[in-house]
Design a binder for this molecule. Structure first.
Ligand code: FES
Length: 99
């Protein structure tokens, strides 16, 4: 996807691929990848605020927060999870598994 060093700690970055749209978040040395589209409406989660302590990202539209590890919403109005993807750092590059 990109070199790990290009990801800024505590922020989300959007990646568009063939049939998917992903928000990749770096928190310290960890990387998370979740579906970029909020499950409440078509809003990009990568524009949201990352909470490093709670490991969540907040949707900018109505404020639902999503757990970066599970994709589950932690607050309303979103009630459905967003997908999560396997992501790892290999040889300094962020690599995502897409099923
Ligand atoms: S669009 Fe994301 S919470 Fe409403």
């Amino acid at each position: 996807m990109c070199p790990f060093d290009e990801l800024v700690h505590g922020t989300a970055r959007r990646f568009d691929g063939d049939g998917y749209r992903v928000a990749v978040v770096r928190i310290a040395d960890d990387v998370y990848a979740i579906g970029d589209r909020c499950s409440h409406a078509d809003v990009s989660l990568s524009e949201g605020l990352v909470d490093e302590g709670d490991c969540t990202v907040e949707c900018i539209k109505h404020g639902s927060t999503f757990d970066l590890r599970t994709g589950k919403p932690q607050s309303l109005p979103a009630t459905r999870p967003v997908p999560v993807f396997e992501v790892r750092v290999r040889d300094g590059l962020v690599v995502m598994e897409v099923a």
